[in-house]
Structures are given as structure tokens and as C-alpha cells.
Design a protein around this ligand. Structure first.
Ligand code: NAP
Length: 485
């Protein structure tokens, strides 16, 4: 099977923060991969912009190194890299002053798509929007891409939305959540709405509970200052986990088109019950041999920020009333693994009797990383003599196995999302009202922690988080799936 790559229209893409970590590790290697796959036209132009002064040649050399180090594939294809670098140039621009703007404006061509990627600190978003407007670099068709964090709470998210909307319409604003660009996340929608098999069962009558885990092995060293102000709730739950939850729980949109999908996601957030204190466990990792504690990583012994959170959530609508959704995410856990597991109820009556050794019900696991794929556990008869003994086996679909070589060509989340920006497709981007609704749900929880002086439970690095998080499920006769790669 050879994948079909449809080239996008010619574009000018300016990456503000073009020398930063995200540009080097994700955005530019991702763009290169799309070039390598034949998706970027030769007329595309990519301009790096930051305050640092450097000639184009120096910028290209830096990007060459970044591609060689970070491109998932094609990083050793010297000819292609050379071709890609020809599309690149650099302009020294200060977001907060006038320096560089006329020169940058001079690079923007008529008759092509214009996109501006704000890969800088959010406090600069307003300055960039204002200057793009002031220098007449923004037309009706211009797109801006903004990175997380989108606000720190509801008030700051509303301010940020208001600032951007002063210069750009909502249809021009692409708020990135890279989880939405993952192949499996989109497959979740394909499986739900492209098959008749699952959707009739996708409700509280047939689903016992759902568990979402996003586990990381890394700590917060290196980004401690930012992280300590955010914590797992703001850094992961408000955006990534909330988005996964919405796609998993939403009603079928009438079409797979941006506002139809985002309307349905918004309804899920609005139907979330306020989280109760007994349904939330916060954790903070301790030190271990050769591993610094969270407090050391952020340089504050008294920090009460959580590096782990587990919660039980309820969605109050007809589809989900009565089916709890357990979510957890944390740093320094035992493995890097992210998945959504949909645990179905048992059949209503066992015809096989207790000797059959019936086990837990069917489980559909959607793996986000590593090895993106899906796995459905079904009950069958254990082969051979010995009567009707039942066992569980996986019906496994790993993209790498099912699709062979083509799986290697699956774009990573950033690649796909940047191409969606150029194509003008906002389906996989967060709309302003969704982001605000998510903050509106998170804010009272965080405010209560602050009022109560809540302290996170300590947990050892390399574990599944605090014991109390396991109890969230145990006390109801359920258990978390193992966190394993
Ligand atoms: P970074 O490494 O600190 O880079 C910041 C960039 O902004 C640099 O290129 C810097 O270059 C430029 N810059 C700073 N002040 C500027 C100004 N006044 N005018 C023009 N350019 C300016 O940050 P990053 O990690 O790449 O993150 C960028 C954005 O992505 C942030 O919003 C961050 O929250 C978000 N994000 C990052 C990651 C990640 O993995 N890194 C993940 C998710 C979201 P000069 O100093 O030369 O100006």
C-alpha cells in the first residue's frame, strides 16, 4: 500500500519563536517530514523569526542539525534536507518593539496562504497579533496558531481570547492541542462513528466505566518554574485529558466538520458534574536514588503543586449517567504510556456456570503511546479438552503491524496539525468557548485546594502514583489497568 499524499497550496508560514525549543524539536522537523513526503509545494516559504540576529545561512545550518536529530524519518536524506532548507529564511523581529517588522512584512507574498505560528510565551501573543495587524500582514484568510498554555484560569483565557479576537476572527485562530493530532485519537472517532458495532453499546447501559491514563516517566526538571505554577491539573487535565474525554464521550456530530465536532465536545464539558473532593487524589513525587524530588526539581521545598492527579468524573446526560470516568496523569510514573480503556459490563446472565472461569468484561483499549493502536479483549473458549473454560484474548490492531510500512509514514501530531492549518481545517483545534468552559470547570477545584491549603500525597518515582489513587477504584470494586509500555 502506498499512502496518498496530496500537496497543500503554496503558503507563507512565519514561525515566531523560530529558534526556540518547540520549533527545533517539533515544528521544523515536522515541516521537513511533510516536505520529504511530498506534501509541501516548492513555492512554500517558511520564515523563522525571533530577536536573535543571524543570517539565513546560519539559521539553515541550525535547522539542518535539528532535522538530523529530531525528524522521525528522512533525517539522513541529504538531498531532501537541502531542498527543504531552500524554503527557509530568517528575520530578527522583536514582538514587543518595531524592530524587524518592515523586513518581515516585505517577505509576505500576495496570492498565497498566510499562517503565523506563535511559538513564543503566551504573554507575547497580544503583541504579535497587534503588530501583524498594524503592519497589514493579516488579511481575512490569515491563520494564527497559538500554543498551550491557553490561559492560567478562566479570567486569563477570556482575556487572551478577547485580545486575539480584536485582530482575528475565531475561524482564523488555531489553538493547538497536539493530543488531538495523534493518529489514534482520530481513530477513536473513526471507530465510534464509522462502524455500527460500537456505537449502540457506547453508553451507560453497556459500559461499566472508562479509564484514561496519561503517564510519563520524566520529572519536571528544566521547566520547573512554569510547571510549579501550573501542576498536573492545569498542564494536562484542563487541556489534553479533557479533550480526550470529549472525543470519547461526545454525541455523533452531524458531519465531521469543525463546528459540528466542537459543538459536541463543548456539550460534554458543560455536562460534567463539579468534581467532589473525595473523588480527587493529588500526588507529588519524592526523591529516590539518583532521582531528585519534585521539590528539588522546582527549587521549592514547600511547594504544594501536584505532579500527579487522579479523578473520578461524572457526565450528567442521558448517555453517560451512571458510568464513572476515571482519569489520571502524572510525572515520574513507572512507564511512559497513554491509553483510553473502555470497560464494558458483564453479560447479564452466565450460561456457563462458575466452572467456566468467566473473567472481566470486554475491554476496548485505545493506545496513544507507545505503539499507537487498539486492542479489544474478548472472551473465548480455552482451546482443547477440559470442558467449557473461558479465557480472554486480545483482538489486537497495532498500526505498525496492520499497516506495515505505511504506518511509518503516519505523520506525527505536529505535522498533521500544521498541514491542517494550511488547509484551513479547524476540526482538530480547540475553539475559544471550549477552552473557557474547561477552565470554568477546573477553576473551582483549584480554588478549593488553595482555600483548604490542600497538600498532595507523596509517591515514589517509578510507581503508579499515590496509593490513594488506587483506592479511587478499589473502593468501588474496580481497578486501574497496569501502566506498562
Ligand atoms: P523557548 O525555547 O523559550 O523559545 C522561545 C522563543 O521565543 C525563542 O525563539 C525566543 O527567541 C523567542 N522570543 C522570546 N522573546 C521574544 C520577543 N520579544 N520577540 C520575538 N521572539 C521572542 O520556548 P518553547 O519551549 O519553544 O515554547 C514556545 C511556546 O510553545 C510557549 O508558549 C510554550 O508554552 C509552548 N509549548 C512548548 C512546548 C515544548 O515542548 N517546548 C510544548 C508545548 C507548548 P529570542 O530569545 O531569540 O527572541
Amino acid at each position: 500500500m502506498v499512502s496518498r499524499v496530496i500537496p497543500v497550496e503554496p503558503f507563507d508560514l512565519v514561525i515566531f519563536g523560530g529558534t526556540g525549543d518547540l520549533a527545533m524539536r517539533k515544528i521544523l522537523p515536522g515541516l521537513y517530514r511533510r516536505y520529504w513526503a511530498g506534501q509541501l509545494p516548492e513555492e512554500a516559504r517558511i520564515v523563522g523569526a525571533s530577536r536573535h540576529d543571524m543570517p539565513d545561512e546560519e539559521y539553515r545550518a541550525t535547522i539542518r542539525e535539528a532535522i538530523e536529530e529530531f525528524a522521525i524519518e528522512g533525517g539522513d536524506d541529504a538531498e531532501k534536507i537541502e531542498g527543504f532548507l531552500k524554503l527557509l529564511s530568517f528575520v530578527a523581529v522583536d514582538a514587543t518593539g518595531e524592530r524587524g517588522w518592515p523586513e518581515l512584512a516585505g517577505k509576505i507574498r500576495d496570492g498565497v496562504i498566510h499562517a503565523y505560528y506563535f511559538s513564543v510565551a503566551p504573554r507575547l501573543f497580544g503583541d504579535l497579533a497587534e503588530r501583524l495587524h498594524g503592519h497589514k500582514m493579516a488579511g481575512d484568510d490569515t491563520r494564527i496558531v497559538v500554543e498551550k498554555p491557553f490561559g492560567h484560569d478562566l479570567g486569563s483565557a477570556q482575556d487572551l481570547n478577547a485580545t486575539l479576537r480584536r485582530y482575528f476572527a475565531e475561524k482564523q485562530i488555531y489553538r493547538i492541542d497536539h493530543y488531538l493530532g495523534k493518529e489514534t485519537v482520530q481513530n477513536l472517532m473513526a471507530v465510534r462513528f464509522g462502524n455500527i458495532l460500537f456505537e449502540p453499546l457506547w453508553n451507560a447501559l453497556y459500559i461499566d466505566h472508562i479509564q484514561v491514563t496519561v503517564a510519563e516517566t520524566v520529572g519536571v526538571a528544566g521547566r520547573g518554574t512554569y510547571y510549579d505554577r501550573a501542576g498536573a491539573m492545569r498542564d494536562m487535565m484542563q487541556n489534553h485529558l479533557m479533550q480526550l474525554l470529549c472525543l470519547m464521550a461526545m454525541e455523533p456530530p452531524h458531519h465531521f466538520e469543525p463546528d459540528a465536532v466542537r459543538d459536541e465536545k463543548l456539550k460534554v464539558i458543560r455536562a460534567l458534574d463539579p468534581a467532589q473532593p473525595e473523588d480527587i487524589v493529588r500526588g507529588q513525587y519524592t526523591g529516590a536514588e539518583g532521582i531528585d524530588s519534585y521539590a528539588v526539581d522546582v527549587g521549592d521545598e514547600k511547594s504544594t503543586t501536584e505532579s500527579f492527579i487522579a479523578m473520578k468524573l461524572h457526565i450528567s446526560n442521558w448517555r453517560w449517567k451512571g458510568t464513572p470516568i476515571y482519569v489520571r496523569t502524572g510525572k515520574r510514573l513507572k512507564a511512559r504510556a497513554s491509553e483510553i480503556a473502555v470497560v464494558f459490563k458483564h453479560p447479564p446472565h452466565s450460561i456457563f456456570g462458575h466452572k467456566a472461569n468467566e473473567r472481566r468484561g470486554n475491554v476496548l483499549v485505545i493506545r496513544l503511546q507507545p505503539n499507537e493502536g487498539m486492542n479489544l479483549r474478548v472472551t473465548i473458549k480455552e482451546p482443547g479438552p477440559g470442558g467449557m473454560r473461558l479465557i480472554e484474548v486480545p483482538l489486537d490492531m497495532s498500526f505498525a503491524e496492520a499497516l506495515g510500512e505505511e504506518a511509518a509514514e503516519v505523520p506525527d501530531a505536529y505535522e498533521r496539525l500544521i498541514m491542517d492549518v494550511i488547509r484551513g481545517d479547524q476540526t482538530l483545534f480547540m475553539r475559544g468557548d471550549e477552552v473557557e468552559a474547561a477552565w470554568g470547570w477546573v477553576d473551582p477545584i483549584v480554588a478549593r485546594w488553595e482555600e483548604d491549603g490542600d497538600r498532595p500525597q507523596l509517591y515514589q518515582p517509578g510507581t503508579a502514583g499515590p496509593e490513594e489513587s488506587l483506592m479511587l477504584m478499589y473502593r468501588e470494586g474496580r481497578r486501574w489497568r497496569d501502566i506498562e509500555e
